[in-house]
Design a protein around this ligand. Structure first.
Ligand SMILES: *Cc1c(COP(=O)(O)O)cnc(C)c1O
Length: 412
């Protein structure tokens, strides 16, 4: 959805300079069409297999994004009471919400049960006992799946790989049958599925297929024992192309391959994509403040920093950076750095890029997921604005924070 037209970078039919000038920078921009197309690619590829595409809220939890997806019929994968609050505010259907995460509190569990969510993806026996007890108090039955750890290597950055035996996530798949058996003695929970999520930014999805195969085998044996398992939850994790040379897997290809495995299993399939829906849809706009040279390096100092986009510092992530106005020919090899007082505050290192000058604007690509949601106020920097583009229209969906916002709730 991002392309140059007459030398200017556009999102859908909107010239990004218009947004940068009127809203200021740093500013996140999202293409609504890109988000909806990706969600629909999942939804349509399942065809006649009963399924729920549960968008992983943590990737981009903007109310406008959630509301748009809710209208399209999306389900939601949440990992906190705060995300549940957002989904409900945005008009999401609780009957299409699944609740994941290793550390759900009793308060969060109660809120989820009261709102009538579809399913808890449980990550420990302790948590299951807690859900049983809260459900008992409320006089309801909670549906759950165990998130199993299939011991499959997702082949991604170690911080976003989750499916190996030494990770904190899930229950070892070899122990899962016993745990399911023991849950028969709990009267306020019902085993309805098995879930797994082996990691994020997975470019070769064969490990996800391998994990699904293991999960389907487990489901078969649980059903044979008479457990009422009727769904499989495949988690999220499909990667996107961040840099030239990245071969992003096609959503349709992935689901088509998955359908072949699931075949005749007569299960409802849930999937929890986040990054692959929101990631490519967003850019972070920033303005060049200064150019600076050390004996060893060129620096491009910009007004966005690690507090706005932490992925480069946290995961050594690569984000393409393009000028809003195309420059002819000349390039420079530079570090793109922000104003935060940390050496780790960079958006790019040793990057060959356009030879931009102060007051030029840049777009940091593929920033729609795990961008604004991981932003902080470090260095007392107000978080930037967010904008949603739809065809030739755009609107601010979150205003830039003010200094007053920075001290909200504080006392001397
Ligand atoms: C983070 C997460 C997702 C989404 O992962 P993506 O890589 O953004 O698709 C889905 N399910 C669970 C349980 C998660 O923790």
């Amino acid at each position: 959805m991002y392309r140059y037209d007459n030398g200017s970078l556009f999102c859908e039919q909107v010239n990004l300079e218009e947004i940068a000038r009127s809203v200021g920078t740093p500013c996140y921009v999202y293409s609504s069409r890109s988000i909806l197309n990706a969600w629909r690619a999942y939804d349509e590829a399942f065809g006649d297999i009963p399924h729920v595409v549960c968008y992983a809220v943590k990737a981009n939890s903007s109310l406008a994004v959630l509301s748009m997806l809710a209208k399209a019929g999306s389900g939601f994968d949440i990992v906190s009471g705060g995300e549940l609050f957002r989904v409900l505010k945005a008009g999401g259907d609780p009957a299409r919400v699944v609740f994941s995460g290793v550390g759900k509190t009793a308060t969060e569990i109660e809120a989820a049960l009261r709102s009538g969510i579809r399913n808890f993806n449980c990550e420990s026996e302790g948590e299951l006992n807690e859900i049983d007890s809260v459900a008992g108090k409320l006089g309801v039955t909670a549906q759950f799946s165990l998130r199993v750890n299939p011991d499959v290597d997702a082949v991604t950055h170690p911080y976003i790989s989750t499916g190996l035996r030494d990770h904190k996530f899930g229950i070892d798949i070899a122990a899962a049958s016993d745990v399911y058996r023991r849950t028969r003695s709990l009267s306020n929970v019902r085993a309805s599925g098995v879930s797994c999520h082996i990691g994020s930014q997975i470019l070769d999805y064969s490990p996800i297929l391998e994990a699904a195969g293991k999960v389907l085998n487990l489901i078969e044996s649980l059903q044979a024992e008479g457990l009422p398992i009727d769904h499989v939850d495949l988690g999220g994790g499909l990667g996107i192309a961040y840099q030239p040379g990245d071969e992003a897997p096609g959503i349709r290809d992935f689901i088509t391959d998955m359908r072949e495995r699931i075949g005749r299993a007569r299960l409802t399939v849930m999937i929890e994509p986040g990054r692959s829906i929101a990631g490519p849809a967003g850019v972070l706009l920033t303005r060049v403040l200064y150019r600076k040279k050390s004996p060893a390096k060129e620096f491009i100092v910009v007004d966005a920093a690690m507090n706005d986009l932490i992925r480069p510092a946290l995961y050594k992530a690569h984000h393409e950076i393009r000028p809003l106005r195309q420059t002819e020919g000349k390039t420079v090899i530079a570090d793109v750095v922000g104003p935060v007082c940390e050496t780790g505050d960079f958006l790019a290192r040793d990057r060959e890029m356009a030879d931009v000058q102060p007051d030029d604007w840049l777009a940091v690509s593929s920033a729609g997921a795990y961008g604004f949601v991981q932003a902080s106020n470090y260095n007392s920097r107000p978080r930037g604005a967010e904008v949603l583009v739809e065809d030739d229209k755009w609107r601010v969906i979150r205003t830039r924070e003010t200094y007053e916002d920075l001290i909200h709730g504080e006392t001397m």
